[in-house]
Design a protein around this ligand. Structure first.
Ligand code: ZN
Length: 134
């Protein structure tokens, strides 16, 4: 089952600059910074009440975030939904005809298993599914 929005991912160019912007915006500091080697990204997480924001900075030109920024500029990159069982949801979405970027879950930031659904099938919105690791 797909639950609440787990977080919103925002593509940024400069972690230091963006941190000072978001610190001022939220009047809050990040609770976590984490490098995800497989994605070649630096992530920065804020928790504001029930809402979580993930800032993503590319660590390589080959990173999906670098390509996204080159094409569209900085901004909202994806919306992540919490799921109970990511394997079941991926199978269900595949059967529904959605193109999956990740057919099997992979390790994401913040202790999650994640997978992405291709934005061409979701009105241009990149969707991430994430399940808390046991
Ligand atoms: Zn995310």
């Amino acid at each position: 089952m797909i639950h609440k929005i787990e977080h919103i991912g925002i593509a940024i160019k400069d972690a230091e600059k963006s941190e000072s912007i978001f610190n001022a915006l939220f009047n809050n500091k990040p609770y976590k910074r984490e490098v995800v080697e497989s994605e070649m990204v630096q992530t920065i997480f804020y928790q504001n009440g029930p809402n979580k924001i993930e800032l993503l900075q590319a660590l390589s030109e080959d990173s999906a975030i670098a390509k996204f920024i080159a094409k569209k500029g900085e901004g909202i990159h994806h919306i992540a939904f919490a799921v109970d069982d990511i394997v079941v949801e991926l199978a269900r979405l595949k059967a529904e005809g959605f193109q999956l970027i990740n057919e099997t879950p992979k390790d994401g930031a913040d202790n999650k298993l994640i997978a992405f659904v291709h934005p061409k099938d979701t009105n241009g919105v990149l969707i991430e599914l994430c399940q808390e690791k046991p």
